[in-house]
Design a protein around this ligand. Structure first.
Ligand SMILES: *Cc1c(COP(=O)(O)O)cnc(C)c1O
Length: 376
């Protein structure tokens, strides 16, 4: 917390706006619009809720095909399942760890008419939007940009959250700033904003009594949580700077190590480095679990990379498209790039409260674990 949150919360209590509406909600939306540079925002109870209403607005219905990055958190794609869509997961590429333009092209050959494409900015690294949007525009498919992890990142000078027809953010407890739980949907026109807000507040028609002509949702952000968000906005740039600093320290610690590479930075982009992930080389004898366990012994938490969605039991009946051919799959001993990366990657601790010495201490354990394994 920044210390400013309690002031906004107190104001909500003092004015008795302890509800999913009030000044904090309005101001939080305005501040996000100004920060991202997009005209309309709707504050919601979660990033997942924002994706749900975003996909609904883009017209996704039962049986429709929806493309989604496979290398992501389940919150990206669960809402497509709520709507009864047929999910087709798309492999990532090594240059960004985000949706592969080549795999996306290939997916259109098999599924020519998707209703929407969900593009994720993994770990705060922007996707290759020039290439990806050229493809989706050619096919006339709307894009939902999942920027849950990338608040503060930019691609070619433009902040993420501007690249989807609809873009979303998350303020869950683990994100770069948090409202304890919350999300935001961003769009370009008032019509979209009004419709999403209508659905998010139980689809109440303009009648003196409660009149409903469409199914509604209870997805609005509370005025208390929005107060936390306003306090957090005041330190967002600081947080991004600290995440970048931690990433730089790790990069420096690993720069001469042949077994460790950092997850890539997309060309022309400035990630927020929400998480710093490392990928071990194919000839590294240590596994990511060896490193995770060595860190755990020192009471340090690290996390495996997101397990790709197409490998999740719950999504086993969904489609999946990789750009790899059989020969390439054999050569890497995995069916896809994201599977290969999952097998060899680990997210290192990078909380903004970490000191430089703590980051170097973690890096030292990673390096030593690998050295010990190589020698054994
Ligand atoms: C956190 C996250 C979500 C979901 O956001 P919530 O606010 O937790 O519902 C969706 N997509 C990605 C990539 C995320 O990291």
């Amino acid at each position: 917390m920044s210390g400013k949150e309690m002031g906004y919360i107190q104001e909500a209590f003092d004015t008795n706006w302890v509800a999913p509406l009030g000044k904090n909600v309005e101001m939080f939306e305005k501040e996000m619009c100004a920060y991202i540079g997009r005209p309309y925002a709707v504050a919601l109870s979660a990033g997942t809720a924002a994706i749900h209403l975003g996909l609904k607005y883009l017209g996704v219905e039962r049986g429709d095909v929806v493309f989604c990055s496979s290398f992501t958190f389940s919150g990206s794609c669960n809402p497509a399942a709520y709507l009864g869509a047929k999910l087709v997961f798309i492999d990532c590429d090594r240059e960004s760890y985000n949706m592969s333009p080549a795999a996306l092209e290939k997916a259109y050959e098999q599924y020519p008419d998707p209703k929407a494409v969900i593009i994720v900015n993994l770990y705060g690294n922007p996707a290759e939007f020039d290439e990806l949007l050229a493809i989706t525009r050619k096919h006339g498919t709307p894009v939902l940009e999942d920027s849950a992890e990338s608040l503060g990142a930019s691609y070619k000078g433009v902040k993420t959250g501007n690249f989807g027809d609809i873009s979303i953010f998350s303020f869950n407890g683990n994100k770069i700033i948090t409202t304890s739980g919350g999300g935001m949907l961003m769009c370009n026109d008032q019509k979209t904003r009004d419709k999403v807000l209508f659905w998010a507040t139980q689809s109440r028609e303009k009648f003196p009594w409660y009149q409903h002509e469409e199914i509604g949702y209870n997805y609005r952000l509370s005025n208390i949580c929005a107060g936390i968000g306003r306090g957090q906005m005041t330190v967002l740039d600081e947080r991004v700077a600290q995440k970048r600093h931690i990433h730089e320290l790790y990069a420096k610690a690993f720069e001469d190590n042949p077994y460790i590479s950092l997850a890539p930075t997309t060309k022309g982009s400035e990630p927020n480095y929400w998480l710093t992930a490392i990928t071990l080389s194919a000839d590294c004898k240590a596994t990511f679990m060896d490193i995770l366990n060595a860190l755990a012994e020192q009471n340090i938490e690290s996390r495996p990379a997101w397990k790709p969605m197409h490998m999740q039991p719950v999504f086993k009946d969904c489609g999946f498209v990789t750009q790899l051919d059989e020969k390439q799959q054999k050569a890497i001993g995995a069916g896809s790039v994201c599977e290969d990366l999952f097998n060899r990657s680990l997210c290192l601790p990078c909380d903004t409260k970490m000191t430089d010495d703590q980051v170097r201490f973690v890096a030292g354990i990673v390096i030593k674990t690998i050295e010990d394994k190589q020698r054994a």
